[in-house]
Design a protein around this ligand. Structure first.
Ligand SMILES: CC(C)(COP(=O)(O)OP(=O)(O)OC[C@H]1O[C@@H](n2cnc3c(N)ncnc32)[C@H](O)[C@@H]1OP(=O)(O)O)[C@@H](O)C(=O)NCCC(=O)NCCS
Length: 201
């Protein structure tokens, strides 16, 4: 990574999805997406998430992007923002960072979160040279733990991080990407495609 700033602007593509910077014209889609019970339950979003919260969110996102503090990208499918994936808490000394994700309730169970997480994880390893990629997940969040597992992350066994929130206390487990796993999902897909055409890669 050149200097200590994360790259801005950034676009990543693969697996039929695009990860791109949030834009001011995404406000309506953003508010509709983030004003949702599962997102309120498992992420630190204000709830209800209204127009004003959306304006503040996009402003803070832009500030974090231009200052190179975090990567915060819209997941775009069929031309519309349908989720978000983030990389933050970068420690250049330890070469580690944390990632996070969310997907529009109407677009779930289509592989979008795992596609986006795989793309950003691969980029963080190959272009940012971050060797230790982490997720922090409440074990009761079954969809998020499924995404982590599918993308090649494994539980580290580190002590849970205790967190108080509007839904009571939670204990976040730490998951780490197992080396060489960032591309495993795409490789599996390639193998499926190759089998369909009668050959293996
Ligand atoms: C977690 C979340 C991002 C998953 O998004 P998604 O696009 O539906 O996830 P994917 O389609 O990539 O699913 C990946 C895996 O999780 C599984 N999965 C997804 N939702 C699930 C659910 N509710 N129950 C069980 N498994 C689930 C999928 O079947 C898939 O597993 P597979 O490999 O067996 O096919 C979405 O549910 C969400 O936005 N939740 C609220 C915010 C949140 O919890 N963020 C994470 C905070 S740590």
């Amino acid at each position: 990574m050149a200097g200590s700033r994360l790259p801005f602007p950034l676009t990543l593509t693969g697996d039929g999805i695009t990860l791109r910077e949030w834009r001011s014209e995404d406000l309506e889609d953003l508010v509709r997406m983030l004003d949702e019970p599962e997102i309120a339950r498992w992420s630190p979003m204000p709830s209800p998430f209204d127009h004003e919260a959306g304006v503040a969110y996009l402003k803070r996102c832009y500030q974090n992007r231009v200052s190179g503090q975090r990567i915060q990208l819209a997941i775009v499918a069929a031309g519309r923002p349908v989720g978000e994936v983030l990389l933050f808490g970068v420690d250049l000394g330890l070469k580690e960072a944390e990632l996070g994700y969310l997907v529009d309730a109407r677009e779930r169970r289509r592989g979008l979160a795992s596609g986006a997480l795989s793309l950003l994880s691969a980029y963080a390893q190959s272009s940012l040279h971050l060797g230790r990629l982490l997720l922090r997940i409440d074990p009761r969040n079954v969809s998020s733990t499924a995404v982590a597992r599918r993308c090649g992350y494994r539980l580290t066994g580190e002590a849970p991080i205790l967190q108080e929130g509007p839904h009571g206390s939670s204990r976040l487990d730490t998951w780490e990407l197992v080396e060489g796993q960032a591309d495993s999902r795409r490789d599996r897909q390639k193998n499926v495609a190759a089998r369909r055409y009668g050959r293996r890669t």
